[in-house]
Design a protein around this ligand. Structure first.
Ligand SMILES: NC(=O)c1ccc[n+]([C@@H]2O[C@H](COP(=O)([O-])OP(=O)(O)OC[C@H]3O[C@@H](n4cnc5c(N)ncnc54)[C@H](O)[C@@H]3O)[C@@H](O)[C@H]2O)c1
Length: 251
């Protein structure tokens, strides 16, 4: 049996959320080097605009707050108008939230973290799926975390949100498996981005304690994996979570 002819990656349109910074920025840059036209979504307008201007004419910045359904829907329509209909969605917008012992973990912080990391991913996927199904082709990459598989203490909201993103990915992957729309997640271990704020040496050591390779993952390494998952070369994986954890992941 021959495989259906894969569309070329160059010239496709991608949305990357949280693209003003960190992993999202690296993934947007990597896609752009392959000729993908990238819409950099972020609530940080200045950061996204600065990043998009470095990627040339085939990129644009769009202010989107993933906690707001209207903002997400407007961003999707604006992306279609400016660059064309996206075939790629990478959900990278996320926060760590406050660290606190579980018994003291504030409920409003729990809600805030879930609303960005989980509900934001849900909202962006819901905006994207109808167009991807209509086109019979799409690639969605959700940035989860190794914390969603292993758990980390003192960040219950973050860990729960990332485990839920893995579950959402599994459900969507199975549901869309015969529609040409593949949905996968990436579970990175720690990367030294703005998400942690300033890192003390002690905190850095704690983050590295479970990583056999004993270093942080570089945003460019995550971007390389995301590029494959966003491309037609990824043709028989869906609903899966791909670890990039320097050996930390054990399942
Ligand atoms: N850095 C790590 O160690 C690490 C490890 C595993 C997973 N992740 C995940 O990777 C993703 C990116 O994190 P990062 O390390 O690049 O952090 P980062 O802080 O550098 O980037 C996150 C981006 O998301 C944006 N953002 C936050 N809330 C938003 C909202 N409501 N609407 C739109 N944009 C919003 C921020 O403005 C920022 O530009 C997150 O989902 C994070 O959980 C990070």
């Amino acid at each position: 049996m021959s495989l259906p002819e894969a569309p070329r990656l160059a010239g496709q349109v991608a949305v990357v959320t949280g693209a003003a910074s960190g992993l999202g920025l690296a993934m947007a840059q990597r896609l752009a080097t392959e000729g993908v036209r990238v819409a950099l979504w972020d609530r940080d307008t200045e950061g996204a605009t600065r990043a998009a201007s470095r990627l040339g004419d085939a990129a644009c910045a769009i202010t989107v707050d993933v906690t707001d359904t209207v903002s997400v829907r407007t961003g999707w329509a604006a992306t279609k108008a400016v660059l064309g209909t996206p075939a790629i969605l990478i959900n990278s917008a996320g926060i760590l939230g406050r660290s606190a012992a579980f018994a003291d973990y504030p409920e409003d912080e729990w809600q805030r973290v879930l609303d960005i990391n989980l509900n934001g991913t849900f909202r962006c996927c819901q905006a994207a799926v109808p167009d991807m199904v209509a086109a019979g082709y799409g690639r969605i990459v959700n940035i989860a975390s190794i914390a969603g598989k292993d758990g980390n203490p003192y960040v219950a909201g973050y860990v729960a949100s990332k485990a839920a993103v893995i579950g959402l990915t599994k459900s969507m992957g199975k549901e869309l498996a015969q529609r040409g729309v593949l949905v996968n997640a990436i579970a990175p271990s720690a990367s030294e981005t703005a998400i942690f704020g300033p890192l003390t040496d002690a905190y850095r050591q704690r983050l590295l304690a479970n990583v056999p390779m004993a270093r942080m993952v570089q945003p460019e390494e995550v971007a390389e994996l995301a590029l494959w998952l966003a491309s037609p070369a990824c043709s028989f994986s869906t609903g899966a979570t791909f670890d990039i954890s320097g050996g930390r992941a054990t399942y």
